[in-house]
Write a protein that binds this ligand. Structure first.
Ligand SMILES: Nc1nc2c(ncn2[C@@H]2O[C@H](COP(=O)(O)OP(=O)(O)OP(=O)(O)O)[C@@H](O)[C@H]2O)c(=O)[nH]1
Ligand SMILES: [Zn+2]
Length: 373
């Protein structure tokens, strides 16, 4: 098995993003810069009035409220074609209101809010980084943003002990963390119905989020291996939620692979199609209010699917599998892996009967995400 060499500059980039995320998750500001443009941000869902005031004072500029175009659409803000929308913070918009504006689960409890004033003209891409870092931190995709004079940014950050991260570091994070996976532990774990099973754990060199490969039998490396990419689902995999088909798909994959002799399941730390468990639970609340799985994600400000395929492709190649027979109903998984250099020799249908609770979920995947169901 080959091993990636840690690249120091990439490790530092990953660390800078992780430090900034740790601060944002604690309700502390972080500085984002492109070298030309600089902003200081708070994560909206963790922002309170005093912190917003402090940030404005520190930066000497008026804060703005950044949301995604998906979320702006729900708030009846005219689209601009940009993926991030900036709103002026009016006197009546305090922190508690902005937290509610960022969190769609409050939409039905709140009277109509607005009208909002959208910043005119093209939005500098640095604001996309403010949204992206919140997504990486599994926070709601919204930020309170203060422009900072780039010349003064370093001294402000040093004086206030703020994390500084660059635009490129934020947008390279998915790629760097996937490229720097390395095997950390391999153990035999006999499973019910698949006793000859080993689990190979992978960890990014920066100590980031770990993924697992469940190796059943002894797949040879010459023929396409039977493979399943399974995104983590706490509710379906662990506690038997009937809202999705994940638990059945996971156990069904173990059985199917075991019946055929050998194969691999990648258990990917991509809970909630990459939005994280808290946000998936928020999406479930919206689904109880009548929105489908895609609209729920989008009302929260996310894309319908936030997953990336690079870690899965990287794990497969580290394991020596370059050609696979992929058990999936999701055409995007096939395309995503192929874009990352894995040949999908065959798509193997991986379908289970629906129940009254997941019928609509499966129908939505069929109708709106093009799943073969
Ligand atoms: N955001 C969100 N995530 C969900 C919902 N239901 C299930 N999930 C997540 O969706 C992922 C399921 O992924 P997969 O089993 O890979 O499903 P898939 O993309 O439909 O593809 P295949 O099962 O391979 O056909 C898991 O991470 C679940 O946590 C939902 O309603 N909202
Ligand atoms: Zn699930």
């Amino acid at each position: 098995m080959s091993q990636n060499n840690p690249d120091t500059s990439q490790k530092i980039a990953l660390r800078n993003v992780d430090r900034a995320i740790a601060d944002l998750r604690r309700g502390l500001p972080a500085v984002i810069t492109t070298g030309q443009e600089t902003i200081a941000i708070l994560s909206t869902e963790m922002a309170y009035d005093a912190e917003i005031r402090d940030l404005a004072e520190t930066c000497g500029t008026a804060p703005l409220f950044a949301i995604t175009a998906h979320r702006a659409n729900v708030l009846h803000v005219m689209p601009t074609g940009d993926t991030t929308i900036l709103l002026t913070i009016e006197d009546w918009m305090d922190a508690s209101l902005m937290r509610a504006l960022a969190d769609a689960t409050h939409d039905l409890d709140q009277p109509f809010r607005g009208p909002f004033t959208r910043l005119q003209g093209p939005i500098d891409p640095i604001h996309d980084a403010a949204i992206k870092i919140n997504k990486l931190g599994r926070l709601l995709p919204s930020a309170i943003v203060c422009p900072v004079d780039t010349e003064k940014a370093a001294s402000i950050a040093a004086e206030k002990d703020l994390s500084v991260v660059t635009f490129d570091e934020i947008f390279s994070y998915d790629d760097y963390s996937a490229r720097q996976l390395r095997p950390v532990a391999l153990a035999k774990v006999p499973l019910q119905g698949a006793e000859n099973t080993r689990i190979q754990a992978f960890r990014p060199v920066d100590g980031g989020i770990e993924h697992l490969a469940i190796l059943i039998g002894d797949p040879n490396r010459h023929d396409p291996v039977l493979a399943r990419l399974h995104s983590e689902c706490f509710t379906g995999d662990l506690i038997g939620s009937l809202k999705c088909d994940c638990g059945e798909q996971l156990r069904g994959a173990i059985k199917a692979i075991s019946d055929q002799g050998s194969g691999v399941i990648l258990y990917l730390a991509q809970e909630g199609r990459g939005i994280g468990l808290m946000n998936k639970l928020r999406a479930y609340k919206l689904q109880s209010d009548g929105f489908d799985t895609i609209d729920a994600n989008e009302r929260l400000g996310f894309d319908a699917d936030e997953r990336v395929f690079r870690p899965a492709a990287e794990m497969l190649s580290l394991l020596g599998f370059t050609k696979i027979r992929l058990m999936t109903n999701n055409p995007e998984k096939v395309e995503g892996l192929e874009r990352c250099g894995i040949e999908v020799a065959e798509r193997v249908t991986h379908k289970f009967p629906s129940n009254t609770h997941n019928e609509l979920y499966l129908a939505t995947k069929r109708k709106r995400s093009g799943h073969y169901l």
